[in-house]
Write a protein that binds this ligand. Sequence first.
Ligand code: AKG
Ligand code: FE2
Length: 343
Amino acid sequence: MSEIKENPLKVVDVSTIDQTTADAILDGFATQGFLFVDGHDFTQEEVDHFFDISKDYFTQPHSEKIKYAIDVDDCGYTTYNQENLNHETQIKGDPKEAFNFGKFNFLTGDCKKEMLPPVFAPGTENYEFIKKMSLKLHALGSRILNLLALGLQIDEDQGGVNWFSDRHRADAPSMTSMRMLHYPSASKLDAEQAIRAGAHTDYGSLTLLFQKKGEEGLELYEPYREQWKTVPYIESTSSEYNKQGKAAPIVVNIADQLSFWTNQVLKSTLHRVVLPTDGDRYSIVFFFDANDDTLLVPIPSKIVREAGEKGVGKGIGLNEDGSYINAKDYSLKRFKETYATGH
Ligand SMILES: O=C(O)CCC(=O)C(=O)O
Ligand SMILES: [Fe+2]
């Protein structure tokens, strides 16, 4: 019998938007900064297909992949050791490769086309599938943001439940990206490479993550216990969802911008990916960012104001001159620090 890993995270069913669900979401994000979302509308077939496409892509020769290397818009391929998520402790970059889709138009699902290799190019079934997945991820991310707005009791006269989604509009540009990741097995790495992705926080608003059964390795840091905890792969406990062929619950975490924006009521938790004894890991991540020009000024919510009055989060998310930073500039700043080669 395989070992059953304890799940340290809340599982929240987001199929209904109501106060109870909103409070559960807020609680998970205000304590651990991570939770599992169930009651989404991804099928297991879709998620399996997504991973099949990803594997086919990474199986190509290196010479093919680097033809579409990452560009100034953060679209394209990044190779092994190119990205270093923790400069303080890691000398070499992360032993992983990735492909980023970016510059999305979420009215249509289109992304920047120039950086797409033939396997993903417009006109292919893959391109249409990726469009569909990015629209569904945008919709799920927006739903979670609406629940968060309800949980935070954002002032009605300021937009209430729609406050966040008005700043993650489908028709306005953002740094949102969708990323396929591949971490090769330990046997292919140098012995000193013990970490797959260095400890870091994410840059945007929310991160949504698909992982595969048997390929765990993601860990989050619990500061109050000074402990790293495994984020396991879990199945839905709803027999109804399983009967309907729904995919397993999706990992969702708060990133820096939402934390700044809420005087740190929402926690942007440190996380990393560790190396098991063997086996590859594939993950697919949606980094959901606010529209480019959104200023990260504390949001109009009683809960956030009260945290601010206690001095929580004071001085974070500011430019050097003390003005509030906008969503795009913050992400760009973090990208610059992350890429060992700089771009
Ligand atoms: O692959 C994973 O599970 C997580 C990757 C991650 O945290 C990131 O790319 O920001
Ligand atoms: Fe991350």
